[in-house]
Design a protein around this ligand. Structure first.
Ligand code: DX5
Ligand code: ZN
Length: 232
């Protein structure tokens, strides 16, 4: 039975009230905080760094924080994010000169490690390095921005990644990131994902000014995930 986890991406949160926003989604039933780090070099956007991760921990966030590094180079910031309280640190293999070294560094710093695959990036990097991987993250949009549409061919890639993970017999999460909504989360789960990043689908709903809006979106996602579980 897959243990499904919902990971709101704070990229779409109101940054002026970030602590409160994170408290609210966790109270609404989210499992993991997805933390998008962009450097205006590896991706054409600039977001947040270790100080903000540390601030969330100091604010009292105890949930797992899933730090998605869209930066190049990678290694210099790994110890900083570990110190700032990251639980997972994932990176794009194209952005690291030495993928094995970066995976090892993340684990040596006491965090769980992950590889992120852009939509068109093949899964080849997994073949040898899988024993050092705790999470595989498939991008279902090109990285850099929230609010883009899910690229349908990634469903086949999810099925391929699920096969590789199951064949390895290892405890590795399969996360999907980009364009995940209430109306496609079931299909994404049935293709093999067990961890679901959703930014605009969750935080974007706040604009409707309903105080329980996060509860209703996350509950609707869970209902869809229950259907996937029953169909499995
Ligand atoms: C994109 C980021 C995503 C983004 C997803 O580069 O990695 O985490 O926030 O946003 P939505 O869910 O709106 O596609
Ligand atoms: Zn992300």
């Amino acid at each position: 039975m897959p243990d499904y986890k919902i990971a709101p991406s704070i990229l779409s949160a109101d940054f002026a009230r970030l602590g409160q926003e994170v408290d609210n989604v966790l109270k609404a039933g989210a499992d993991i905080v997805h933390f998008d780090v962009m450097d205006n070099h590896y991706v054409p956007n600039l977001t947040i760094g270790p100080l903000v991760c540390d601030a969330l921990r100091k604010h009292g966030v105890t949930a797992e924080i899933d730090v998605h590094l869209m930066i190049k180079p990678v290694d210099a910031l790994v110890p900083d994010f570990a110190k700032a309280g990251a639980s997972y640190i994932t990176f794009h293999p194209e952005a690291s000169e030495h993928v094995d070294r970066t995976l090892q560094l993340i684990r040596d710093q006491g965090c769980k490690s992950g590889l992120v695959f852009n939509p068109a990036t093949p899964l080849d990097y997994l073949e040898w390095a899988i024993e050092k991987v705790d999470m595989v993250l498939l991008m279902s949009v090109n990285p850099g921005f929230g609010g883009q549409s899910f690229i349908p061919y990634v469903l086949d890639k999810l099925r391929a990644a699920r096969k590789i993970i199951d064949a390895s017999g290892r405890d590795i999460r399969l996360e999907i990131d980009g364009g995940v909504k209430v109306d496609n989360i079931r299909e994404v789960a049935e293709a093999g994902a067990d961890t679901f990043v959703a930014g605009s689908a969750i935080f974007g709903a706040a604009k409707e000014s309903d105080p329980n809006v996060y509860d209703s979106v996350i509950a609707a996602m869970r209902t869809e995930l229950d259907k996937a579980q029953k169909a499995a």
